[in-house]
Design a protein around this ligand. Structure first.
Ligand code: NAI
Ligand code: MG
Length: 503
């Protein structure tokens, strides 16, 4: 630890505005908060009011170099710590994260506009769970013995890769960071994280919490823009593995840069996840499942959002009406207000992107836009990035709204008649992250589950990422898995073979 005092309080701080100010201008490198070397910063804005709440340090290649060197120095010692002890330390972070759950929830609500009760508090809880889960897996970094010859002992051992570069987005930044950092550390790597421009604060606070337990330099974080700070992190010669979550476009840039260095890369890149509803489903459960599947409480800003809903024709009209009613009952408002179900969109740019899709859908012949919920009326929220959820019907399979990731509160519902036809439509996508099926005919459900092109298929539920269930997509949705034991072993270690000839 650095010997100067931290700018942030030791105890949980329930005033997110004060905490945001205290976190202003810092990266976290080598065991302490450090100001950016170039002195530049950018605004962190509360999307509910449009008011600046903090400045974030604008990292560049120099900051990247300092952070990676710190991580590389720390890694040599960290790898020597027995795996189980490393796990115990990561596990101990979970307890601290739980103590600070409410603080982190409020801070993430402030910077991202995600509603505190329905989203932010949930995310802060899951983060602790992820640390707890991976913290218990130190002993699982096992190798194998290979029956080569009677006089030869042939074994494999799991070794860390070195310094891991982790690039995260803004939609669930704490959780997505945890899914990368916790397994990387338990496996003996050290990490440099590049946070998302829109949400640099809560993850920065987590660094300080983790640093109370982990040795300095194991865990470093830089804020900054993609090309100026993310790209040099991927390109740095001492970064030996990159794990990225974000858009397909940026994922390809990252993968190309990783290929230049011949280092492994894990990519989690969003989706266009279908939800298939059969007439024999449990109707009420499925309507409420559609709301959670679409992540309306997060303004649809989720890579697994059920943004294409296919409903068997006999219940189509009833389903659309029930969904409209249910979304209409959701309260949009100040993310920090306990009454609020739905907060804001994260940024002006995302809001424009979502509006573009809605305008295109509304202008399409034959399409109907069912605009739901009500805009908040509080004058303090006048400049907030709120948008009403929209359910579209009557759009064809070639519409951009059916094919592209919108990442907003917009879903398209279409009727279907035959299982084979809906399967073909569901699979007719560039993406393959997640899918859900809703039916009481498990024979049909399981058959389709096997044939859907997706990394995760759920029947009669649509839960978010769960610890120890491998998570990751096929097709343009990404490469590799996260969240599980296998993910830790496959993506954060390499297997070395050692042979001993005993004569
Ligand atoms: P993005 O993919 O551009 O940003 C994600 C992260 O990558 C950020 O930390 C960003 O700074 C970094 N980055 C950007 N350019 C980079 C580069 N050249 N080298 C290294 N790092 C770089 O996503 P963005 O612009 O925030 O959102 C655009 C769209 O991406 C969204 O509308 C949504 O469709 C999708 N998205 C998907 C997510 C997912 O969970 N899979 C998360 C966030 C966005
Ligand atoms: Mg971008």
């Amino acid at each position: 630890m650095l010997d100067r005092p931290h700018p942030t309080p030791a105890d949980p701080c329930l005033d997110p505005f004060a905490l945001a100010k205290a976190l202003s201008g810092f990266h976290f490198v080598g065991g302490g908060y450090v100001p950016g070397r170039n002195g530049r910063s950018f605004a962190v804005v509360n999307p509910a009011t449009g008011i600046e709440v903090a400045r974030a340090a604008e990292g560049d290649a120099d900051d990247v170099d300092v952070a990676v060197q710190a991580a590389a120095r720390a890694q040599k010692e960290w790898a020597k710590v027995p795996a189980r002890k490393r796990g115990a330390m990561v596990h101990a972070c979970a307890a601290l994260l739980k103590e600070h759950q409410e603080e982190l929830a409020r801070l993430i609500a402030l910077e991202t506009g995600k509603a505190l009760r329905t989203e932010s508090r949930v995310e802060a809880g899951v983060v602790a769970d992820v640390f707890e889960f991976f913290g218990g897996l130190g002993s699982e970094l096992k190798g194998e013995s290979v029956p080569f010859a009677p006089n030869v002992l042939s074994v494999t051992v799991r070794e860390p890769l070195g310094v891991v570069g982790a690039i995260i987005p803004w939609n669930v930044p704490m959780l997505l960071m945890a899914l990368k950092v916790a397994p990387a550390l338990v496996a003996g790597n050290t990490v440099v994280v590049k946070s998302a421009e829109e949400a640099p604060l809560a993850v920065l606070r987590i660094c300080e919490l983790m640093n109370r337990i982990l040795p300095p330099g194991c865990f470093n974080m830089l804020s900054g823009f993609g090309p100026e700070c993310g790209a040099p992190l991927v390109a740095h010669p001492k970064v030996r593995k990159v794990t990225f979550t974000g858009s397909v476009e940026t994922g390809k840039i990252v993968a190309r840069a990783a290929a230049e260095k011949l280092i492994p890369v894990t990519l989690e890149l969003g989706g266009k996840s279908p939800m298939i509803v059969f007439a024999d489903c449990d109707f009420e459960k499925t309507v409420s499942g559609a709301l959670t599947s679409m992540r309306f409480t997060r303004q649809g800003q989720s890579c697994t959002a059920a943004s294409r809903i296919y409903v068997e024709r006999p219940i189509f009209d009833r389903f659309v009406a029930a969904m409209k009613d249910a979304v209409n009952r959701m309260v949009m408002g100040d993310p920090l207000d306990e009454k609020t179900d739905i907060g804001t969109i994260v940024s002006e740019g995302q809001l424009e992107k979502v509006r573009g899709f809605i305008e295109e859908g509304t202008g399409t012949a034959g399409a109907t836009a069912h605009v739901c919920s009500a805009m908040p009326t509080d004058p303090a929220l006048k400049k907030g990035l709120f948008i009403q959820p929209v359910i579209f019907t009557g759009l064809g399979a070639d519409s951009r709204l059916v094919r592209e990731e919108i990442f907003g509160p917009v879903t398209v519902i279409a009727p279907f008649d035959e299982p084979e036809a809906v399967l073909a439509e569901a699979n007719d996508s560039e993406y393959g992250l997640a899918a859900s099926l809703w039916t009481n005919n498990l024979k049909v459900g399981l058959d389709l589950a096997h044939r859907l092109e997706a990394g995760l298929v759920q029947i009669n539920q649509n839960l978010v990422v769960q610890a120890n269930l491998s998570y990751g997509g096929v097709k343009s949705s990404g490469l590799g898995k996260e969240a599980s034991l296998e993910a830790m072993l496959e993506h954060f270690t390499h297997k070395k073979t050692i042979m001993v000839n005993m004569g």
